[in-house]
Structure formats: structure tokens, C-alpha cells
Design a protein around this ligand. Structure first.
Ligand code: HEM
Length: 453
């Protein structure tokens, strides 16, 4: 599909795109603040591309694999990250998630070795050890909040693989600061008054405090890493010694801080939510759980799982993939058009905001019959191969695809196999409501009883 600089293209203008009805002046802003998933669903019902508006600003919601491919891959050069991501900048600086253009390309190249297969394999042992450590804190009969437990566990894993240190000692500070930061950011993004963080609003002050707390921890770790001066196998020490191939420059402390903060934030909450939703679905689907237990028992028995076992655990992988289909942590991906573009036969002017509705795409009945049913068999290798790739996009696609996708999948599989082997959990909630913050998480946690460990 071409961009619209060519006069030969005669696509209709945006007014022909179906709109979700809203209020005079405010458009769909109130509906968005009240229940943005319902608004996304309403947009999805209107077609592959639908229009909503925040006041006078239109937003185009794309709920179609082919059009998602256009935005994220084929026409990626005509888009940049949406302005909404700027709200993450105080926390993430110019890290990979927020950087654009040449800076993004350079940093992606610098970070890539940290996520290369050989390096990833070395993280596997840490992932299993931290899962066991988490389980060791439970006793039969305990009532736990599985969502919080998974958050602590993935934070500990991120800490050791990223920093090479045990952040459990800092876990509550870090988790608390991230939580405050995310909520403040979410408020800022959805506020009708878009004021910069320099305005001393309570939520901005909370945000600044949370950034200060996180900076204290991260800069301390950078100083410790610089003092050691060698690559110890973790991402931080790798970044501290990495040099640009072309000009030999090294990253400054500030740049390392931004990358580490980005990986910490992007890399722990998402995987924690994936594991929590996976257990939620397993709780509601006992036959899927029984098949999972049987697979883990047959392949591993009581042996500790290792990365090399993962190809032998296809049902374990399929269970996680199916949970991410129904509950994709990154439920929406935003972009701004840098120039006029054509999308689905419509012409969108430069600066249009486009949101790829990942959750809506994953729930389309024509892509996934009985879309709300949890059926891991749809994610077994042959079924996956038969499906167009862009019908399943939990990690996005194109030049901004998740750099940590293999890390995340490996972590979730190793953690799930270990938990299945060592514990039995009874989920206390058969109907959880999703809370869409920066990621999609269950509202009010996920209470569970530990039946065996
Ligand atoms: C289940 C877990 C995860 C999910 C669902 C997920 C999802 C995503 C998605 C959808 C994007 C693309 C956003 C966009 O195009 O605007 C992304 C980007 C990114 N993710 Fe993940 N992610 C996960 C885990 C991780 C992990 C474990 C790490 C690192 C340790 C990570 C680091 C990043 C980074 C740095 C980016 C920005 C990449 C770039 O722009 O070049 N993610 N993630």
C-alpha cells in the first residue's frame, strides 16, 4: 500500500471512516477514561479502521491484521511512536522504547547482543532459580496475591539478568516507585488537560518522587558496575563496556540509566501479567491444566527444567501464547503519522494518531473462532504456522518489535514449568476484570490459595 504523495492515489478522505459516537466537544474522552477496553471493542465492531476522538483530536483505531502490518511494518517509516509515549520520558529518558530515528537504531544495535540466543541461554538458570525462590516463600494453605507474587518474581529475574545483583533487597522500593510512576503517567495520558510535568500537580510530584527513588537505585548499580569494569554476563555490565562499532564511543551513565530503566520497566511487568493471566485461564480450564501437568511430568519428572527442555514442552508454550492472545499485556500500540498516509483505502493526514488494537485483533471471530474461549491447541506449532503472522501480535512487529520477546517467552515457559512441577494453586476468582494501565493487568490482583508446594 502506497503513501499518498502520489496524485494517482484516489483514496477517500478520513470522514468516510466509521466513527464511534461520542459527546459534543469531548468526543469519546469520558468513555475512554471510564472504560477504554469497552471503547476499543466498540471501535472494533465498527470495522477494521474506526474513528474515535478526544475533544477535537481524532484517533484511528485499527483492528485488522493486514492494516496492523501496514502501520507497524510496511509503512513503518511513515510513523513514529505516538505522543502519548512522551509521558514515559521522565522515567525512561531516551531508552529504546522512547527513542526515535538514528538514536533508536544505534541503541537497538548496542542492546541486541544482550538478547542474542547464546546470552539468553545463560539467563535460564537465573529464571528457574528465582521462580524456586518465590515458591519457597509459600506454604500450603497460604492465601497469596498471585499478581503481586509474579511481579516480585519477574522483578528479581530482571534485576539479576540486567544488573547481575539481587534487587530483592530493593524490590519494594523499586516496585513501589514503578507503581506510583505508572499510575501518575496513566492519569497524565488520559487527562483532558495535557500539562507538562513541570506543572506542580500532585500526580506530577508523585511522578518526580518515583523517578528520584528509581534513579537512586539505578545510579548506585551503575557506579558499582563501573568500579568492577568487566562484562559479568548481565546487561548492565555489557552496556558499560560496549563501544559503537563505527566510532568507538561508549554510553554515558545517563544513557545506560535510560536503557536499564527501560528494560526494567518494559521487561518485568509485562511478563508478570502474562504469567498471572496464564494461571487465571488455567484455573478456569482444568483440562488445559491437566494436560500441562502431564506434559511437565512426562518430560521432566522431578528434574529441574533447563532451557534445552523447552522444545519438548509445546503445550506449555501454547498455554502461554493463548493467554497472551486473550490478555495481551501490550493491548494497544500507538503511532503518529509523520506524513499523509493511506490506510485501508482511506487517506489520513500527517500527524494523525493511529492505535493498533492488539487485543481486538486477537479477539476477532474471523481470525479465532469462539474467540473468548481459551484453547491452547490454536497455538501449537502447526496451527500457528497455518495462520497469517500478523493475526497474532503480542510483541508488536517491524522495526520496533519487542527486543525482549525471546527473553520473555523463555522466562514465562521456565517459570510456568517450574511452578506446575512444584506447586498447586487454586485461583479464587473465576471472573477477573482487566485494568488497562500502561499494560493490561487484573484489577485488584489475583487471589489464590497455595494447595501444595
Ligand atoms: C510478555 C512480555 C512482553 C510483552 C507482551 C512485550 C510487548 C512489547 C511490545 C508490543 C512492544 C512494541 C511496542 C511498540 O511497537 O510501540 C515492545 C517493545 C519493547 N520491549 Fe517488550 N514485551 C515483553 C517483554 C519484554 C522484556 C522481557 C523486555 C526486556 C527485558 C522488553 C523490552 C522491550 C523494549 C526495550 C522495547 C522497545 C523496542 C524498540 O522500540 O526497539 N519487553 N514490547
Amino acid at each position: 500500500m502506497a503513501t499518498l504523495s502520489s496524485p494517482l492515489v484516489a483514496a477517500p478522505v478520513v470522514s468516510s471512516i466509521p466513527a464511534v459516537p461520542g459527546l459534543p466537544l469531548l468526543g469519546n474522552l469520558i468513555a475512554f477514561r471510564r472504560d477504554r477496553l469497552a471503547l476499543q471493542d466498540a471501535a472494533a465492531r465498527r470495522g477494521p479502521i474506526a474513528r474515535i476522538s478526544f475533544g477535537h483530536i481524532p484517533l484511528y483505531i485499527v483492528t485488522c491484521g493486514d492494516l496492523a502490518h501496514e502501520v507497524l511494518v510496511a509503512q513503518a517509516a511513515s510513523f513514529q511512536k505516538s505522543a502519548g509515549i512522551q509521558f514515559l520520558r521522565p522515567l525512561l529518558g531516551d531508552g529504546l522504547l522512547t527513542a526515535e530515528g538514528e538514536l533508536h537504531r544505534q541503541h537497538r544495535k548496542l542492546l541486541a547482543p544482550a538478547f542474542a540466543p547464546r546470552r539468553l541461554a545463560s539467563y535460564g538458570e537465573v529464571m528457574v532459580a528465582e521462580t524456586r525462590e518465590q515458591i519457597a516463600r509459600w506454604s500450603p494453605g497460604d492465601r497469596i496475591d498471585l499478581a503481586g507474587e509474579m511481579m516480585q518474581m519477574t522483578l528479581a529475574i530482571a534485576g539479576r539478568t540486567l544488573f547481575g545483583v539481587d534487587v530483592r533487597r530493593d524490590a519494594s522500593t523499586v516496585a513501589h516507585a514503578i507503581e506510583i510512576g505508572m499510575r501518575a503517567m496513566d492519569k497524565a495520558i488520559t487527562s483532558p488537560l495535557q500539562l507538562g510535568y513541570e506543572w506542580p500537580l500532585p500526580r506530577h510530584l508523585r511522578m518526580r518522587r518515583s523517578v528520584r527513588m528509581l534513579d537512586d537505585v539505578v545510579f548506585r548499580l551503575i557506579a558499582e558496575g563501573r568500579a568492577l569494569g568487566t562484562d559479568r554476563g548481565d546487561v548492565l555490565s555489557m552496556l558499560l563496556v560496549a563501544r559503537d562499532e563505527d566510532d568507538g564511543t561508549q554510553l554515558t551513565d545517563r544513557q545506560v540509566r535510560d536503557e536499564v530503566m527501560t528494560l526494567l520497566l518494559a521487561g518485568h511487568e509485562t511478563t508478570a501479567n502474562t504469567l498471572t493471566w496464564t494461571w487465571y485461564e488455567l484455573g478456569r480450564n482444568p483440562s488445559a491444566l491437566a494436560r500441562l501437568e502431564a506434559e511437565v511430568q512426562r518430560v521432566l519428572g522431578t528434574r529441574t527444567v533447563a532451557t534445552a527442555d523447552l522444545p519438548e514442552l509445546p503445550w506449555t508454550a501454547a498455554v502461554i501464547d493463548e493467554a497472551m492472545r486473550l490478555h495481551p499485556p501490550a493491548y494497544m500500540i500507538g503511532r503518529d503519522a509523520l506524513r499523509e498516509v493511506e490506510l485501508g483505502g482511506h487517506r489520513l493526514p500527517a500527524r494523525s494518531i493511529v492505535a493498533v488494537n492488539i487485543r481486538g485483533i486477537h479477539r476477532r471471530p474471523d481470525y479465532y473462532p469462539a474467540p473468548l474461549a481459551f484453547r491452547p491447541e490454536r497455538m501449537l506449532p502447526d496451527a500457528k504456522k497455518a495462520r497469517p503472522r500478523h493475526h497474532y501480535l503480542p510483541f508488536g512487529a517491524g522495526p520496533r518489535v519487542c527486543i525482549g520477546s525471546h527473553f520473555a517467552v523463555m522466562e514465562a515457559q521456565l517459570a510456568l514449568a517450574t511452578m506446575v512441577q512444584q506447586t498447586r494453586l487454586r485461583l479464587l476468582r473465576s471472573h477477573a476484570v482487566a485494568e488497562p494501565l500502561v499494560t493490561l493487568r487484573p484489577r485488584d490482583g489475583m487471589p489464590a490459595i497455595v494447595e501444595r508446594c
